[in-house]
Design a protein around this ligand. Structure first.
Ligand code: CA
Length: 230
């Protein structure tokens, strides 16, 4: 899952980025309102974390413009303690949640998880599952047929993205956009390499189980428990 932080306190923004990357999110950062808005409008993020007071365009303006453009990405506001009205305005302009600074990092992570669950098939069910493959976003534990699978952070993000879009065809571009940050080169073949690693760990290591991760020639990949269509 890929997040964008728009926050002009650079120290806070960078420490958040680092902490969220440790939670296995791909994270981009912008210190400027207008630049952040452009990124959010052009790139495909799964969630935005917005400061309110920002240079060139404030968090509310960014939200209002994005919602006008039908960008429905969930938004969490970081609001200042002395501005209680900000919460109301933030939610009214189309934000989904807010945290008052200084906030508890664990709480931010829990709210990110809750917002990412919303609007997906997994809304009612925090554990993501397909066939005998399951992933618990809270503990980051992945199992197949009850056996724990050890994954690197990138492999984990890839499995999580597939499990949030079960049986859908995902193009290589979509995978790069949601699993890697803006430093990734979409033409580097990095997605294919990681698909290979993930397939070895979730499918090939379990020869008695259904092979879930499918390559659809010329279209992309799909994590599916259905028989391949001919
Ligand atoms: Ca600020």
């Amino acid at each position: 899952m890929r997040l964008l932080i728009i926050e002009d306190e650079e120290k806070l923004a960078l420490s958040l980025k680092k902490a969220l990357e440790a939670e296995r999110y791909a994270v981009d950062v912008s210190f400027d309102g207008e630049e952040g808005y452009e990124k959010a409008s052009v790139e495909s993020y799964d969630l935005l974390i917005l400061d309110v007071g920002l240079p060139n365009m404030d968090g509310f303006e960014i939200t209002a413009k994005l919602r006008q453009e039908k960008v429905a990405t969930p938004i969490i506001f970081l609001t200042a303690r002395d501005m209680p009205r900000d919460k109301v305005i933030g939610l009214d302009t189309g934000g989904d949640d807010y945290l008052v600074k200084p906030f508890d990092f664990e709480e931010l992570v829990a709210r990110i998880r809750a917002l990412l669950r919303r609007g997906t098939t997994s809304a009612a069910q925090p554990i993501l599952q397909l066939d005998t493959l399951s992933l618990n976003p809270a503990t980051q534990k992945v199992t197949r047929a009850g056996k724990t699978i050890s994954l690197t952070p990138k492999e984990y993000s890839l499995v999580e993205f597939f499990l949030r879009h079960p049986r859908q065809v995902l193009s290589k571009t979509q995978l790069i956009e949601h699993v890697w940050n803006d430093q990734a080169d979409p033409f580097s073949g990095v997605a294919d390499v990681y698909i290979g690693y993930v397939r070895a760990k979730i499918d090939k290591a379990f020869p008695g189980q259904k092979q879930l991760l499918k390559t659809l020639k010329g279209r992309g990949y799909s994590l599916s428990d259905e028989e391949e269509k001919r």
